[in-house]
Design a protein around this ligand. Sequence first.
Ligand code: GLN
Length: 509
Amino acid sequence: MKPAAAGSAGAETATSIRDAVRTGRRSAVDVCGHYLDRIAEGNGRWNALTAVFRDEALTRAAEIDRRRNEWRDRPLLGVPITIKDVICTRGQPTTAASRILAGFRPPYEATVATRLREAGAIVVGKTNCDEFAMGSSTEHSAYGPSRNPWDRERTPGGSSGGAAASVAAALAPVAIGSDTGGSIRQPAAFCGIVGLKPTYGRVSRYGLLAFASSLDQIGPLTQTVRDAALVLGVLAGRDPRDATSVEAPVDDYTAALTGEATGLRVGVPRALLESGDAGIDDEVLAAFRQALDAMQAAGATLVDIDLPHAEYAVPVYYLVAPAEASSNLARYDGVRYGARCGVADDEANGGSPISTMYDRTRDAGFGPEVKRRIMLGTYALSAGYYDAYYRRAQRVRSLIRRDYDIAFDEAGGSGVDAVAMPTTPSPAFRLGEHLQEPLAMYLGDVFTVSANLTGLPAISVPAGFTGEGLPVGLQLVGRAFDEATLLRLGDACESTVAGSRRRPDRAGE
Ligand code: GLN
């Protein structure tokens, strides 16, 4: 297949596409056709997209070309994007990679999709993910796993694995994902790209199929930090349709990118990283240390901090998230959405036909990981266990948030502007490696889940490679609603870390 426009030195960015379309140097139809061709030729290899909207995308691109002058100020003019299949796009398949939503076409559009289209972006397709976003590898997808563009035998991560693969393989310059416990940042790290989880409430969740409502956020996966800033500017803001979205002013995120980090204080939780408990791979730690040096070279000051409750983040998350999921997924009963397993009137075996229909639909419709979470969550919420599990988890969640409040506090704490750690303890693992061991899969979320439990914004940026050539991610967690500082720091790292813009070698495609 054809190499990407800019080859392995980095494909086209959303910013460069927007500029080219805006000035008429390239037509939106030409750009869109290029990416649709790449999808047609490459998707079989990566299994990144579950649906492609070729005709609609080209029609929209032609409209953009016709109205270029009128629409020239739209920030994503002519930029093709993919959307994770847990986000509703009106009249187009939205399945959460689950059999239970086979054939579902929502009658309404997620606010993020509306905002992207109004900003001039072109939705080219939906991306593969773990079923209902529950997982870290896309192996729990009814469509089969996506593959990592750096090594086809490895996972691109999850749950937004198809999204990350679509950007890393240059099937689209931008992907929109969701992140409940790391699902934007971990795949971004595994695929060598940028992934941003905004502060809880920064971006509307209207139209996102809910997994765990107190943790879910939508955000961008991009090639560069500048693109993440550009897309966040489009997504962010209050939405009357999501009562948890907040009114806080939306910064000019691209203006925040000064290319340096002078004056910023970066907290490093040394005890957590060096105790051995987090099980960090040596090469990941080495890349992380280099990223710290890069931030220092860009002008940041490193400060040792303590996150004494971080070790409880995974157990707390795996109580809170399944508890919320068990409640959210109760609505998939075969009555209103997607697939239904019917029951003949005389067949209900003592139960009512309707409850037998519910049981059969849910039994056939959900995969094993989703069932495991529903059972875990129902147990944690049940009378007699609620205090011991769910309530206790919520209390520890407050302690985890307090650790961060102290680290950010200028009066009594360390006064840092961001907390740095690796995004994941290991690089992308092999497909099948953790599939039979849910606990091993869950432990890989050790560094990402705290940002969801606390609601704080977090970004993963490329931090170099292992000896085998697999990408490693640096995660930065920031103050609530201070995405601008995270983006500034991330951008400074990107300019100093070697190989940040290296793309997988697609010679073998
Ligand atoms: N890997 C985590 C889980 O399995 C996070 C998933 C997510 O962020 N959607 O729950």
